[in-house]
Design a protein. Sequence first.
Length: 362
Amino acid sequence: MTDTSLKHTPLYDAHIAAGARIVDFAGWAMPVLYTGILEETRAVRTDAGMFDISHMGRLRVAGPGATTLLQTLTSNDVAALAPSRAQYSLLTNPQGGIIDDIIVYRESAQAYLVVVNASNTDKDLNWIYSHTPADVAIENRTDETAMIAVQGPNAPARVGQVVGNRGLLSLDRFQYATGSIAGAEATFCRTGYTGEDGFEIIVPAGAAPGVWQALREAGVAPCGLGARDALRIEAGYPLYGHEIDDTTSPVEAGLMWVVKLDKGDFTGRDAIQAVKEQGPKRRLIGLTLRERIVPRQGYTIYVGPEAVGEITSGVFSPTRNHSIAMGYVATPYARPGTEVEIAIRDKRAAATVVPKKALLES
């Protein structure tokens, strides 16, 4: 029976037909798994897997003032983007907090595509609308398109097999190109959220089932949100509502690499600059555990009797075969190698602080 209380992506029927377990994610009926999180995660790490990410917002920003608008609202340097290039960035508020983490694709001198988190689409749209001048048009293209992420070491080759265009393999990271796949017009973005190579492919909504099937026939494994979460934690990538939110400074989240303080004024710049100069009171770190027990968001981190932080995400890593996590700790305890304990129900589990980028290698 179809659940009409949730929004459906163009691939919903394909998920049901494949026996996926469906959950409510940000108001969307999404597959959390097909065969199992361990199997799907390992498929992406060793071969190629694909995710329906059509629930993510796709907003087109175009007009003579588009560059100025995005340069004012985002932390990265939009003006430095050449056409057919993309950048990871942040929408920031006047307090220097993170409204959302986004990807900005530059289509031309005066047109951009901005991809935002599903849970934040309405909030982001309202924020952008409230600052949009008369010479800029905002289009919400989420419903008219679909987006499929194909990720893994063999993902480029398998996409190239379906497309029949090996030239796609020459695209650089954060570059994109237009073409066709399974008879549908498509935009191929060399981006992803797993720590692996691959593409995020945007196609017309009606063409999505055919593209999904063609990729399956090429040997790409369907994967759900459970594997996607495990993969992004292994890669040390933040998730809105876990590692970042409207109160989080990019300084404490370790995201200053996408904040260009020298590009000129932008929303929240002075507040971010102040935290950088004063030094953050807490920092986001990675953690490896010696036990198989999995820490969850909200669990307290201790050094001796002192509570020094809190877990934001945790998972049993299918790739490393042990538990890992991310969390915030007071700055003095953020040094790699620091030994801590995590309060998990009625016991303490030993853990070691590591750089986030080392979680996949730990």
